[in-house]
Design a binder for this molecule. Structure first.
Ligand code: GLP
Length: 252
């Protein structure tokens, strides 16, 4: 069977982090102006950081971001409330507060219990909350060096919804920098929006920085659409914008 991609993702090449921030902020600004009370999907990680910085600047210049609802892509399982590396902390302190979004419009899966049943329920609640909000309007995502989206590791089913996942060794290694350099200190489980959840967003904005992502990004853009490289699924999304620096696009 041959499947024709819905539309080729639009790829914007940028020279540096500031330009990445500006180009990504152009897309978010357009979204906020069209939908001041829209639902913005938020990724953590270092790649979108220039975007948050630029949005804060634009807010100072009058962009109204305070009506947005922010929905997190993922969260670790088993980090206590207020842990500095929990994604709830990140989204609240680094994105919501600077953009003027009240806490009651910040939707992050509750990963505070290490109990598998509790985490599974929290993932189901996350999926339901997204549905109750009418879905995500604009979803920002990064890509893992192994091609993961959110915490959907290679092998994740395309039809997956928000759920508890085991993190790949590669991911724990990559994220060890946030946990004192020790991969064993990185939680082994996380709650993530599923691939199907991500694909339901009306517009997906993928931001990518650095050489370590080049192989995965090239495969996601030009390789077969396969569950062994979750980001390749974006080829089937009707509206994807990719903003990447030259290093990340090095292998394309
Ligand atoms: C983390 C996050 C992802 C993020 C990715 C890339 O594991 N769960 O949502 O997109 O890794 O992170 P970075 O941008 O820091 O490379």
């Amino acid at each position: 069977m041959t499947v024709t991609p819905a539309a080729r993702p639009e790829v914007v090449t940028v020279g540096d982090a500031d330009e990445l921030g500006r180009r990504a902020a152009d897309i978010v600004s357009e979204f906020v102006e069209a939908e001041p009370r829209g639902v913005l999907g938020v990724a953590t990680g270092s790649s979108p950081e220039p975007l948050w910085a630029e949005l804060v600047r634009r807010r100072r210049d009058g962009l109204r971001t305070d009506g947005l609802t922010l929905v997190a892509l993922d969260e670790y399982v088993g980090l206590p409330a207020g842990h500095p590396e929990s994604y709830r902390t990140f989204v609240r302190d680094r994105v919501a507060a600077p953009l003027g979004v009240d806490d009651d419009r910040v939707v992050v899966p509750d990963g505070t219990s290490a109990d598998l049943l509790a985490a599974t329920r929290a993932a189901e609640v996350h999926e339901r909350r997204i549905a109750d909000l009418g879905g995500v309007g604009l979803q920002i995502v990064g890509i893992g060096a192994n091609g993961h989206l959110g915490f959907n590791e290679p092998g994740s089913p395309f039809r997956s919804l928000s759920r508890v996942v085991e993190l790949a060794d590669r991911t724990r290694l990559d994220n060890a920098r946030y946990f004192g350099g020790d991969p064993r200190a990185v939680p082994s489980r996380a709650i993530t929006q599923g691939l199907s959840t991500i694909m339901s967003a009306r517009h997906v904005l993928l931001v990518v920085r650095g050489r370590t992502k080049a192989v995965a990004l090239d495969a996601a853009l030009h390789g077969p659409v396969t569950e062994s490289l979750p980001a390749s699924l974006l080829q089937w999304h009707p509206r994807v914008t990719i903003i990447a620096d030259r290093e990340a696009l090095g292998a394309s």
